[in-house]
Ligand binder design. Structure first.
Ligand SMILES: NC(=O)C1=CN([C@@H]2O[C@H](COP(=O)(O)OP(=O)(O)OC[C@H]3O[C@@H](n4cnc5c(N)ncnc54)[C@H](O)[C@@H]3O)[C@@H](O)[C@H]2O)[C@@H](O)CC1
Ligand SMILES: [K+]
Length: 486
């Protein structure tokens, strides 16, 4: 499991460790690790041009010390001092090692560098970058050389991943002690490039993480696997209510996700047209044409999925109400969420409920503008959990899963090619299958997101090793191979 922390958590841990060590020890450890990563990125350190962007805090200090180490190995290091103050000991170290400081016009320094080291702000950064940091961040992002961010790309909020205004786009982010939330969650994540963690001995002083990210091994351990005693009922029966006369594809894709994720049995119920399509694509499913808003005739299930392509009319509303009135876990997606936004009282129930909104759907559920949700995904997924009393999987560029009193789980798999119609329907079927197999809502949702992302990557990766377009059904089809590989 990868773990991440807020800036405050990191600072508290750093203080505890610093109290036991001689002054400056942590910064030296950080700078040494940073210089090693930088040296590894350059074809040769000797003679290479390195530009340091140095802010007024300790983040700038790290950059100066690392620059000194590179200068001692023969790099031509030039430091742009951007702050009203500069870390004095770091500056002396750089000068002693032969590095120099430059005044305007600094854009040339950034432009001609083989490597730009962004030490403008780290975990002490707050809000939009001020000038001249702002211009330097833009210049760094446009530089032709490699850009390495110190601890966190300047302009990215380390605790939330929020980015207001320009921020440094790095190819590599060298972070110290522990990963910060903002390096795992978009929009911040997309500014980091590869994240390298430098151990500075913080481990024993870190609290429980604020954010975690499951690895393949974690998911493999959580996934149910059939044993000798398993039969289709014991493996899990999932009930899916999806599709409508007008929208039948969502039903086919949701059932596809369930069948391919390893459901023991899929019971599908829906409008006649949707049933016809499901039968044609998935003879494995047992189907029921719904005659009115009752689910009594569908048979026993261990978990329900409701919502994809369902519509939002009166009948859909009554179906959502009927499913939520049962005592088994329920996953609500798509139109089901729109229905819920109109009447959140349906969420008062004792069995687990998993909601899988994208930012637009969550915007309706919370009555918060979509862009605010996208800018601060962790805060909003937590708020949704508290306000709605459910487990919430917020889909998007970074999918996050939250449950009360647990760290937010950030999904580390996936590809931008997943942003295509119908992939969410497949996800609902995977999540429902894992719920029906007995996983908790929190585990079912996070494992579903993980498998979904891996399947999308597999489906979109050709023989060339590059990635290309995928259809939602390709994601469902790739699931067995992904599960085999875990
Ligand atoms: N505390 C520690 O033990 C360690 C800290 N380290 C480094 O120290 C960093 C934190 O240092 P600091 O606490 O000095 O904080 P930072 O260096 O991250 O930033 C604080 C400075 O940036 C300015 N600033 C904040 N927001 C700004 C904005 N939007 N626009 C322009 N200027 C802004 C502040 O006025 C302040 O001068 C870490 O990110 C890491 O790089 C490492 O050396 C490892 C050890
Ligand atoms: K930085």
């Amino acid at each position: 499991m990868r773990t991440a922390y807020t800036s405050d958590q990191i600072r508290t841990a750093e203080r505890a460790l610093m109290a036991l060590l001689p002054d400056g020890t942590l910064m030296r450890r950080a700078a040494t690790g940073l210089s090693v990563v930088c040296a590894g990125l350059l074809p040769g350190v000797y003679g290479s041009r390195v530009a340091l962007l140095v802010g007024s805090g300790d983040n700038g200090g790290d950059a100066l010390y690392a620059g000194a180490l590179l200068a001692r190995r023969g790099a031509r290091v030039e430091a742009v001092l951007a702050g009203s103050r500069t870390h004095q000991a770091g500056l002396e170290a750089l000068r002693e090692a032969g590095g120099r400081t430059v005044e305007a016009p600094w854009p040339d320094v950034v432009r001609r560098a083989d490597l730009v080291v962004d030490g403008l702000v780290g975990i002490g950064g707050a809000g939009e970058l001020r000038e001249p940091y702002r211009r330097l961040a833009v210049a760094a992002s446009e530089a032709s050389g490699l850009v390495v961010a110190v601890d966190v790309p300047s302009g990215v909020d380390a605790s939330t991943g929020r980015v207001e205004g320009p921020a440094v786009r790095a190819q590599v982010t060298v972070t110290f002690g522990a990963c910060k939330n903002g390096l795992l969650v978009d929009p911040g994540r997309s500014y980091c490039g590869r994240v390298e963690l430098v151990d500075i001995g913080l481990g024993p002083y870190l609290p429980d993480p604020d954010v975690v990210s499951l690895t393949d091994e974690d998911v493999a351990d959580l996934l149910p696997r059939p044993g000798a005693e398993s039969d289709k009922y014991r493996r899990g029966v999932i009930g899916i209510i999806a599709g409508s006369e007008r929208f039948t594809g969502a039903a086919v894709l949701s059932v596809g996700g369930a069948v391919r994720a390893g459901a023991g049995l899929v019971r599908f119920a829906g409008a006649k047209a949707a049933v016809g399509q499901v039968r044609a694509h998935w003879p494995e499913a047992i189907t029921t044409v719904l005659d009115g808003p009752s689910v009594a005739d569908v048979g026993r299930v261990q978990a329900w999925v409701i919502g994809p392509g369902l519509g939002t009319g009166e009948e859909a509303r009554e179906l959502v109400r009927a499913v939520l009135a049962t005592d088994v876990p329920v996953l609500v997606d798509a139109d089901g969420l729109t229905v819920l936004a109109g009447d959140r009282s349906m969420l008062r129930r004792s069995a687990p409920t998993v909601l899988t909104p994208h930012a637009g759907e969550l915007s309706r559920l919370l009555d918060v503008p979509r862009d605010r949700i996208e800018a601060a995904r962790i805060a909003h997924v937590r708020r949704a959990v508290t306000e709605l009393g459910a487990i919430v999987l917020l889909k998007g560029s970074t999918t996050v899963v939250a449950q009360e009193d647990r760290p937010v789980r950030v999904n580390a798999t996936g590809t931008s090619w997943l942003a295509t119609g119908g992939t969410g329907d497949v996800l609902s079927g995977i999540g429902g299958t894992l719920l029906s197999a007995g996983l908790s809502g929190y585990d079912a949702a996070s494992c579903a997101a993980h498998l979904h992302g891996l399947a999308a990557r597999l489906a979109s990766t050709g023989n060339s090793g590059g990635q290309g377009p995928i259809a939602a059904m390709d994601v469902a089809r790739a699931l067995p191979q992904v599960i085999q590989s875990l």
